[in-house]
Design a protein around this ligand. Sequence first.
Ligand SMILES: CCCCCCCCCCCC/C=C/CC(=O)SCCNC(=O)CCNC(=O)[C@H](O)C(C)(C)COP(=O)(O)OP(=O)(O)OC[C@H]1O[C@@H](n2cnc3c(N)ncnc32)[C@H](O)[C@@H]1OP(=O)(O)O
Length: 243
Amino acid sequence: MKFKSPPVNSLSLEFLTEFSIGLEKLENNRACRGVIITSAVPKIFSSGLDITEMCGKSVEHYGEFWRAVQEMWLRLYGSNMVTVAAVNGSSPAGGCLIALSCDYRIMAENPKFSIGLNEAQLGIVAPFWFKDTFVNVVGHRIAERSLQLGSLHPAPEAQRLGLVDELVPEEKLMEKAAAVMAQWLALPDHARQLTKTMMRKAVLDRLVAHREEDIKNFITFVSKESIQKSLRMYMEMLKKRKS
Ligand SMILES: CCCCCCCCCCCC/C=C/CC(=O)SCCNC(=O)CCNC(=O)[C@H](O)C(C)(C)COP(=O)(O)OP(=O)(O)OC[C@H]1O[C@@H](n2cnc3c(N)ncnc32)[C@H](O)[C@@H]1OP(=O)(O)O
C-alpha cells in the first residue's frame, strides 16, 4: 500500500476510511498474506492525524473522526497479515503510530527524516493505546521519556532506540522490505498469527473494551478552548516556518 495524499499524507477522515477499507479488503483476500506500507509522497511517510479535523469542528465530527482513527489502528495492529512499514520519510505522531503498528519497520537512512510520538509538543496527550503500542516496541523507559518530551527522533537515533528495526539507503528500501516480507512469510501462517495475537491481544482488547469512553474523552479533550488554542497555534507555527 502506498500513501498518496499530498502534500504530507495527513490522516484525514477520508484518508483513514480509505485506508481501513483497503486493509479490510486485503485481510479478506486469502491470496494476500502480507502488506508493505510506504509513501508515494517524497520525504514524508505521513504527517500524522490531520490537525484540521480536530480544529473548529462539531462534536459529532470529532466523534466520527476519532472512531475512524480507532478503526484504522484496530485493523492494522490486529491484522493477521505480515505488516512491514517501509518508512521513506518523516513520520510524526499518527504516522509513527502506523509504523509502530506494523510487525517490522525499515527506515530510509536519512538523518533529516524523523519519527516519534510528538503529541506533547502540540499540547495534546497521546491516548493510552498509542502509548501501549509504543511501549510494546521500545519498552517502558524509552517510551516514557520520548512521550513526555514529545520527541521526534532522527532516523539513526530511532534505530538506536529500537523504534525502527533497521536503516537502509533510500533506494534499497523496497528491496529490503520485500526480503523481510519473504523471511516472515516463510513461516506457517497459523503459528505466526497465533503468536502475534498472543503478543498483541491485551492491548487490542483494552481499546475494544473502552472504545466509547475513549471517544468521549477525545471529544471532551479536543473541545476544550485551551486545546483548540494550542492546535491553532501549532498550525500557525507550521505555516510561519514555511514562509
Ligand atoms: C487524562 C488524560 C486524558 C487524555 C485524553 C486523551 C484524548 C485524546 C487526545 C488527543 C490525541 C490526538 C492525537 C494526535 C496525533 C497526531 O497525529 S497530531 C498530528 C501531529 N503531526 C505533526 O506534528 C506534524 C506536523 N507537520 C510537520 O511537522 C511538517 O509538516 C512535516 C515535517 C510533516 C512536513 O514538512 P514540510 O515538507 O516542510 O511541509 P509543510 O510546509 O510543513 O506542510 C505542508 C502543508 O501541510 C500542512 N500540514 C502539515 N502537517 C499537517 C497535519 N498533521 N495536519 C494538517 N495539515 C498539516 C501544513 O500546515 C502545510 O499547509 P499549507 O501548505 O501551509 O496550507
